[in-house]
Design a protein around this ligand. Structure first.
Ligand code: GTP
Ligand code: MG
Length: 207
C-alpha cells in the first residue's frame, strides 16, 4: 500500500468523543515505551506525526490519524507504566478498555512486544483480556535493531510458544524496527487486505 496522506485528526479522552465514522480502524497498543508512536511514524513515513519520547508515558489520550482518507490508525497510551499514580493508571486503563470494547469499526489491535525481552507476564495478561473481550489482535515485535537478529527471533519465538499454551489460534505476527523501516511493507500490505475484506463485508451488508 502506498501512503498518500496521513493527518492527525483528534486526541480524545474517551471513546464517545472519538470521530464518528464507518471507516476501518487499527489501534496500536503495548507497554509504555515499547515503540507504538515510533511505529506509527515509520508506517506513515512521517517523522513527527505521533509524538515519541525517551520518557515512558508520553501518549496519554486516544489519538486518531486519518490515512489515505480511507482508514484510521490509533495511537493509545501504554499499559504498565509504574511512574504514574494508581489513580491515573486506572483512568488510562478504563479509557483503553472502553475504547477497545465499544469501538465498532475497530478491525484489529496491534499489540506491540519489545523483541529484546523474553516473554513478560504483563503482555500475556493483556492478551488474555483481549481474549475475554473477544477483540481480534495481531502481535508486532519492536526494536529489532537493538539486538542481534538471532536474539530478536528467539524472543519472538518464545513469546509465540507462550501464547500457544493458552491459545488455539495464533494470529499473524510481525518483526519490526522503526529505525530500519523493517516490517513496514508487510504490515501495510496486511492492513490493505483487511480494508478490502471490510469494504466487501459492508457492501454485502448493504445490498
Ligand atoms: P508511550 O507513548 O510513552 O507509551 O511510548 P511509545 O510506546 O509510544 O514509545 P515511543 O514510540 O515514544 O518510543 C519510545 C523510545 O523508544 C523512543 O526513544 C524511541 O526513539 C525508541 N524506539 C522506538 N522504536 C524503536 C526502534 O524500532 N528502534 C530503536 N532503536 N529505538 C526505538
Ligand atoms: Mg506513544
Amino acid at each position: 500500500m502506498e501512503i498518500k496522506s496521513a493527518t492527525f485528526v483528534i486526541s480524545s479522552p474517551k471513546v464517545d468523543l472519538c470521530p464518528k465514522t464507518e471507516m476501518p480502524e487499527y489501534a496500536f497498543i503495548g507497554r509504555s515505551n515499547v515503540g507504538k508512536s515510533s511505529l506509527i511514524n515509520m508506517l506513515t513515513g512521517q517523522k513527527n506525526l505521533a509524538k515519541t519520547s525517551n520518557t515512558p508515558g508520553k501518549t496519554q489520550l486516544i489519538n486518531h490519524f486519518l490515512i489515505n482518507k480511507e482508514f484510521y490508525i490509533v495511537d493509545l497510551p501504554g499499559y504498565g507504566f509504574a511512574k504514574v499514580s494508581q489513580n491515573t493508571r486506572n483512568v488510562w486503563e478504563k479509557m483503553i478498555e472502553n475504547y477497545l470494547k465499544e469501538r465498532t469499526n475497530l478491525i484489529t489491535v496491534f499489540v506491540l512486544i519489545d523483541s529484546r525481552h523474553e516473554p513478560q507476564n504483563i503482555d500475556l495478561e493483556f492478551l488474555r483480556k483481549l481474549g475475554e473481550w473477544e477483540i481480534p489482535f495481531n502481535v508486532i515485535f519492536t526494536k529489532a535493531d537493538k539486538s542481534t537478529q538471532r536474539d530478536a527471533a528467539r524472543n519472538a519465538k518464545m513469546f509465540i510458544e507462550a501464547m500457544k499454551k493458552e491459545w488455539e489460534f495464533i494470529p499473524r505476527s510481525f518483526m519490526t524496527s522503526s529505525v530500519k523501516f523493517l516490517g513496514r511493507k508487510d504490515i501495510l500490505g496486511y492492513i490493505e487486505e483487511l480494508n478490502t475484506e471490510y469494504a466487501e463485508a459492508i457492501k454485502e451488508g448493504k445490498s
